[in-house]
Design a protein around this ligand. Sequence first.
Ligand SMILES: *Cc1c(COP(=O)(O)O)cnc(C)c1O
Length: 389
Amino acid sequence: MNAFVTGLSACESSVFSRTEDYIRTHHFDRPTLVIDTQAVARQYAALAQGLGRAQIHYAVKANPAPEILRTLHGLGAHFDAASRVELQMCLDAGARPDQLSFGNTIKRASDIAWAHETGIDLFAVDAEEEIEKIAQNAPGARVYLRIIVDATEAEWPLTRKFGSGRDKALALIEMAKEFGLNPVGLSFHVGSQTRRAAMWAPILDQVAAVWHAARDAGHDLTLLNIGGGFPAFYGREIDAPALYAQEVMKLVQQRFGDVPHIMAEPGRGLVAEAGMIASEVLLVSKKSDNDLHRWVYLDIGRFSGLAETEGEAIRYQFVTDRDMEQTGPCILAGPSCDSADVLYEKQPVQLPLGLRAGDRVMIRACGAYTSTYASVGFNGFPPLDVVAI
Ligand SMILES: *Cc1c(COP(=O)(O)O)cnc(C)c1O
């Protein structure tokens, strides 16, 4: 998989081949995500190798397919879940409560109480009210404080909405103690799809400043949760997974020293490349005879799984059966009756000029943040179907 570093290569086709073969040899009457669990296992092995002693907690929200959860559980993964339903899915896949972290900083009180009764004992916090809720519903629990980091270079940032300002961190740790909780450490998220390990350095500096200030103030922090951000290959160069993870751990070691417990929460980087969507062209048209713009409408769009095309942030790669023919730019859109359902327009997509209704279009690296982002039935279109192979 190191071949990803140089972009297109002979290796790439072999990595995508099981899902692509499956799609080529099956018929689909709706958009379908095909997930290769062997590819998930290979990626887990690569990340685990690079992460060394850090424990992987798979970020379930990236793709909660039971086959993925079972595969990862079998390989020794722990899990980061955002809600009672996600936590239950992990338990159903065989995970023990002590392998689960309730990592959403915005939790329902009744979900906290349920988690506590179930034996789940690790919670994320970033605000006073959340500390009060956890103290009330999960007395004595271990908590880690999520902090805001600035200047992310990620393609899908996860800052701003989550985390406490670094100036408030010590006060919140003290408050957690006063409320009888056990504040064990810090967490942050570098931002999803951070393509290069080197981009972590300035973020880790910010977190390390809080870490050392807390230790200096007498707080015995033992857990550092480095979150997700591990990239997938969408066409722009990325560092290969094992090297990337190894480099991140080196940057962590330089700044934090020998932290007893390190958690990593890859989502996208573990499962995106293992999935491919089978979709179909529903219509190719021009709005007037001399219009320069060609519109291509697929049977999948912003509301049926491709939500991350918002702001054209994540740019998927498309494979058709006409890829040897001449290509030209097009505006790519989904099938629904909402004019926001346009995937790429500011930066058009190159697709074969011969493309027409009924043609198959395969979308690469769709294993993360697609199936659960599909609406339940907007316009009567069914949610993205999922097949694990
Ligand atoms: C979404 C999320 C992750 C996973 O992020 P990726 O960029 O997909 O790896 C990890 N941790 C938390 C707390 C998250 O919310």
